[in-house]
Design a protein. Structure first.
Ligand code: GLC
Length: 742
């Protein structure tokens, strides 16, 4: 029997056994639902936050009116509550315990925006796998991550939790995180259900203010905000979470088009859709529901399976079913999804944490992975040949700034279970790893990012004057980004910019390292720095990672997952913008306009008089200690039909003296279409290691079917015509070549 035939037979057998298992699970679900009272069914839809092993919680579990619990993280308490569910409730249906394990449980990885800056999905998957192992060791089997909201507004605090402005990069990183959290088999005790959130369009919140309204035309919703959700749905994400915002007036928790037409009927997704915290009840505040009963009706009709801490379902659904206002079939559908998840997690067979004494935290392999992620998340924006630091030219180093020794703030937002005592800060790492080679002088100057203490600045300046080089660690405290932490002014908080000005006056070379939760406006800071690293908040091992980069034991390879604006007035500013009918040309900046200039003398094209038309740094940008050259792009053909594919190739050479990683990016533009299309869109990327002097030819397969867009009649299709292709180092570089789609 040929190997191929054997493979086909084995594949067929596994598919058959898989479908048989699914059928068996569905039969078990049917049998269970047939035994459940209406109260018990609605109980499965009720998600509560933990309150320990209280009598009140145990009574509710025993009565069968709790389906899942979030924010309980003590293994013994979880086992005790689970024991009540399994042994003392009428049907013994196990609970699911959930937690926001966003970028680590104990071993903290860079914030998701930083992980996106690695452009390394394998690292993101590894980080999620480690988080799942640590969290599941205490009984957490459901995390509310990854957040796959695309965001193009750095004022929005939750951009920190996102993978940035691009649908393709967010899709790739989101799928990797789902695979990491869920592992190869969701029933494995160290796998946890992932959650695609916040569905949908949350990143488009008006003015970057959290929870705010969004206005998203259906074509933009489907082209920009839904692809990452569709990608993780196709990748098997076990759960989704509703977003707080309304889309064009309809809150997501009551949005039947979003949650049923698209998520269930178009995408054929069969997981659990959970509301966000109280988001069902908040439809009253939105003004689309008059009262709690209306909210219950709207949400259950829109397919929201579980009510997180809203108490809307548990208080109203039984009465509404009995009054004939809610069809019990809707309840059954929701309960079916919830029970399916519990079967998939293996909770009926293995409901308990087996070994509560087994501590799986901070394993050396986990810390090394976190260090690698922090290293690859750092983006080198500027280097006037001051990095890497060498003993040949430097003897003493001043380590200053509020983020130089900030163990809690370097972890970033959404780290409920982290322990800052385990953080290794830049100052600690520099002292322990490089203190024998250099004389390290330290003075934070400002104690935290919002500090304005000029006396502290003076102390830092005194230290700087004694050193050969100054390392200025600036940024944002963790509290200044994340949920509800939005800023209308995204400049550096406190007196950090003033501190840099004073440091600059010493005449010493200044290296600025920014540890932040968002794109900040840093034009002056970059101009006053001799080198600049954008490090986001890098997690537990941020310090050693940054030290290795600063001293050359590692080479920067991060690329921006978001655009860095020159000023907040440019926002929203992103690479995949439209050309417009008057693209910027002949730009005359505000201070160059002649006094008395006539109204039309400036050319009437699209730019800001005081900012121009370009960002400070574009999406995909990042320098290295080496340099790379890109050959012209070669296409395997100059035309293809609607079912065709073309290979695009480019030879990349490491033309410098450091072995280094490079992220090679594929962009495509549909030059003429019935709806104006972006000037370019990321369609692929590869991160490779090239030794000094080494070349590698990188090829990308371009499939015609991936070049379409959504039309106003709600169909997706590819249109014939000219397409341009770039293979480049960032979203503004490279020369395009064209092919034609027939
Ligand atoms: C919060 C967040 C959501 C989180 C949930 C549970 O309000 O919006 O992302 O998962 O509540 O903590």
């Amino acid at each position: 029997m040929t190997k191929k035939l054997l493979f086909i037979l084995m594949l067929g057998a596994s598919l058959v056994s898989c479908s048989k298992k699914q059928d068996a699970t569905e039969s078990k679900i049917d049998e269970l639902i047939s035994k459940m009272t209406l109260t018990e069914k609605i109980g499965q839809m009720n998600q509560l936050t933990g309150e320990g092993a209280s009598a009140n919680m145990k009574d509710q579990i025993r009565a069968g009116v709790v389906g899942s619990i979030l924010n309980e993280v003590d293994a013994n308490t979880i086992n005790e509550l689970q024991r009540v569910a399994v042994e003392e409730s009428r049907l013994g249906i196990p609970l699911i315990f959930a937690r926001d394990v966003i970028h680590g449980f104990k071993t903290i990885f860079p914030i998701p925006l930083g992980q996106a800056a690695t452009w390394n999905p394998e690292l993101a998957e590894q980080g999620a796998r480690i988080a799942a192992q640590e969290a599941s060791s205490v009984g957490i089997r459901w995390t509310f991550a990854p957040m796959v909201d695309v965001s193009r507004d750095p004022r929005w605090g939750r951009i920190a939790e996102s993978c940035g402005e691009d649908p393709y990069l967010t899709s790739v990183m989101g799928v990797a995180m789902v695979k990491g959290f869920q592992g190869d088999n969701l029933a494995d005790s160290n796998s946890i259900a992932a959650c695609a959130k916040h569905f949908a369009g949350y990143g488009a919140s008006e003015s970057g203010k959290d929870y705010n309204t969004t206005w998203i035309p259906e074509t933009q919703l489907r082209d920009v905000y839904l692809p990452s959700f569709h990608a993780v749905a196709d990748a098997g994400v076990a759960t989704f979470m509703c977003s707080f915002n309304d889309i064009n007036g309809i809150p997501s928790s009551g949005n039947k088009h979003l949650n049923k037409d698209i998520l269930r009927n178009e995408w054929k997704w069969d997981g659990v859709l959970v509301s966000d915290w109280g988001s069902i009840d908040q439809m009253i505040s939105h003004g689309v529901c008059a009262n709690s009963e209306d909210a219950a009706i709207m949400a259950v009709d829109a397919g929201v399976d579980a009510d997180m801490m809203g108490f809307v379902y548990i208080k109203n659904l039984e009465k509404l079913v009995k009054e004939g206002k809610v069809d019990e079939k809707l309840i059954d559908n929701a309960v079916r999804n919830i029970l399916r998840l519990k079967f998939r997690l293996g909770l009926f067979e293995n409901p308990y944490v087996k070994d509560t004494s087994k501590v799986a935290f901070y394993a050396s392999g986990s810390l090394n992975a976190a260090r690698q992620a922090a290293e690859e998340s750092a983006v080198l924006l500027k280097n006037n040949n001051v990095l890497p630091i060498s003993t040949k030219t430097v003897k003493s180093i001043a380590v200053v700034g509020p983020m130089s020794d900030a163990p809690a703030d370097q972890l970033g937002t959404w780290v409920f279970d982290a322990e800052p005592s385990h953080s290794v800060t830049p100052l600690q790492a520099i002292r322990q790893d490089y203190g024998s080679k250099f004389n390290i002088l330290a003075e934070k100057g400002l104690l935290y990012s919002r500090d304005t203490n000029s006396k502290g600045i003076a102390r830092a300046v005194q230290v700087a004057e004694k050193a050969d080089i100054v390392l200025f660690f600036a940024g944002e405290e963790a509290i200044l980004s994340g949920e509800a932490h939005c800023r209308a002014d995204i400049s550096l908080p406190g007196a950090q910019t003033e501190m840099l000005r004073e440091l600059k006056k010493t005449g010493k070379p200044v290296v600025t390292v920014l540890m932040t939760g968002r794109p900040n406006t840093i034009s002056e800071e970059v101009e006053k720095s001799d080198a600049f690293i954008y490090a986001f908040q890098g997690g537990t091992m941020a310090g050693p990672a940054l030290a290795d980069l600063l001293f050359g034991n590692a080479v920067p390879s991060g690329k921006l997952p978001v655009t860095i604006p020159r000023m907040v007035g440019q926002v929203p500013v992103y690479y995949a913008h439209k050309m417009t009918g008057r693209p910027a040309s002949n730009i005359v900046m505000i201070n160059d306009i002649p006094v008395g200039a006539f109204q039309t003398s400036l050319g009437n094209t699209s730019y800001h008089l005081d900012a121009g038309d370009s960002p400070l740094f574009p999406f995909g940008y990042g320098l290295s200690y080496t340099t790379f050259s890109y050959s012209p792009v070669h296409l395997s053909a100059t035309s293809m039909d609607q079912n065709g594919k073309i290979m695009a190739e480019c030879k990349v050479t490491n033309t410098g003296k450091y072995d280094a990683r490079e992220v090679i990016q594929l962009y495509i533009r549909d030059k003429v279409a019935t709806l104006a299309q972006p000037v370019r869109e990321l369609k692929g990327f590869k991160k490779i290691m090239l030794k000094a002097g080494e070349s590698q030819t990188i090829s990308f397969e371009i499939n015609a079917c991936e070049l379409g867009f959504w039309h106003q009649d709600n169909t997706y299709s590819v249109e014939p015509g000219e397409f341009q292709v770039w293979i480049s180092k960032d979203s503004q570089s490279g020369e395009p070549v064209s092919f034609y789609l027939k």
